[in-house]
Write a protein that binds this ligand. Structure first.
Ligand code: AQP
Length: 344
């Protein structure tokens, strides 16, 4: 099987999509459509690693799909689907549970953060999450994965799993005529001025769907008034903006807002500072409000329109799942041969 340059990435349907998901991931998904075959997945099986109300999960799955479409992902040229409709993800994840080492998972910082002090009480799924993520990517033998900075460690683990599988089964891969190595080592794509968007209330915390404070994030469905209020109330410091990036080093809240402006305007932090450096925060915040409303307003409007039509959204997911499964099934056949499972 020849390896094709292919992009895969996913978003969890765990609540309100926010500016961090948009700038860190979804804008990259859109741009990569020009030069790759892309597969974009609503990862509902990852979502249930922490409790989700069933009716909210279905709604959130449709809402993430609506966000993909509203942001400009083309579900005809590329593939948009939800993970649970392609059983091969879970199937390959089991094989990877047997390839990945406990010591590797024990190092995952996201698990430590999410489990907190209540480790004994979290789901086994939350712990094994990175193995499922590796399966998501590798069941399509994807070569590139656009993600936010927070997913870098999981991507490295996916590469380790791919490499260990290739080495452990090298003889079998070769004997079955699948070449020298079977899985590619997927490359993370983590670029631009907003790979880690921070909370608007605390510059040391990532902007997150699960933050209890809605004021900490800009949701993609927020209206213009809500966006304006959140940006005006965003935590800052009493100093004017610096004229150079070095001046942001000890000012996480200022750096975050400058990064958000740069990413929304498709420019760099240095260029933003050359325009606003030396000026007051209030002036910069007003410009940021205008920019954010202009960029996010139409997306939120289109998302709200699309979620009114669940039949249409479900048809996109069904079609995408079928096309995704055709690729995933080919990989699983080969994996079964390689591992030594007898198959039909
Ligand atoms: N703050 C962020 N800045 C940049 N990128 C981000 N991403 C998430 N938060 C930021 C990127 O968005 C993609 C989808 O993320 P996800 O929903 O699958 O999972 P997550 O990283 O766990 O997102 P949240 O918002 O923090 O959700 P909860 O609160 O449920 O844990 C990924 O590429 C991610 O890097």
């Amino acid at each position: 099987m020849a390896l094709k340059q292919r992009v895969f990435s996913g978003v969890q349907p765990t609540g309100n999509l926010h500016l961090g998901n948009y700038l860190g991931a979804i804008t990259k998904f859109v741009a990569l459509q020009e030069s790759y075959d892309c597969i974009y997945c609503v990862v509902d099986m990852h979502a249930i690693t922490v409790w989700q109300e069933p009716h909210e999960l279905s709604h959130a799955t449709r809402e993430v799909t609506a966000a993909f479409l509203a942001c400009g992902i083309d579900p005809k040229k590329h593939i948009v689907f939800n993970q649970s409709q392609v059983a091969e993800h879970a199937e390959l994840a089991w094989v990877f549970n047997c390839v990945a080492r406990l010591g590797w998972l024990n190092r995952m910082t996201q698990f430590k953060e999410k489990a907190g002090k209540d480790r004994e009480n979290v789901s086994v799924g939350l712990y094994a999450y990175p193995n499922l993520m590796a399966a998501d990517i590798l069941v399509y033998r994807a070569t590139h994965v656009p993600v936010g900075e927070d997913q870098k460690q999981h991507l490295e683990l996916s590469r380790d799993i791919a490499q260990k599988f290739n080495i452990d089964y090298a003889a079998s891969i070769n004997n079955h005529g699948y070449g020298e190595t079977f899985f590619p080592l997927p490359e993370p794509i983590i670029q631009g001025p907003a790979t880690r968007v921070m909370s608007l209330r605390d510059g040391s915390k990532k902007m997150s769907k699960s933050d209890a404070s809605d004021q900490s994030r800009i949701n993609l469905t927020d209206d213009a008034d809500a966006i304006a209020l959140k940006i005006r109330r965003a935590k800052t410091d009493p100093h004017a903006l610096p004229s150079e990036e070095k001046g942001l080093e000890t000012r996480p809240e200022a750096e975050n807002l400058v990064g958000i402006y740069a990413a929304l305007n498709d420019t760099t932090k240095a260029q933003v500072l050359s325009e606003f450096g030396g000026g007051q925060f209030s002036t910069f915040k007003s410009a940021l409000v205008d920019l954010a409303v202009a960029k996010l307003g139409p997306i939120g409007g289109e998302m709200k329109r699309l979620v009114q039509d669940p039949v249409y959204i479900d048809s996109i997911l069904a079609d995408g799942s079928q096309r995704a499964q055709a690729i995933a099934a080919e990989t699983m056949k080969a994996v079964k041969d390689i591992v030594g499972f007898v198959r039909r």
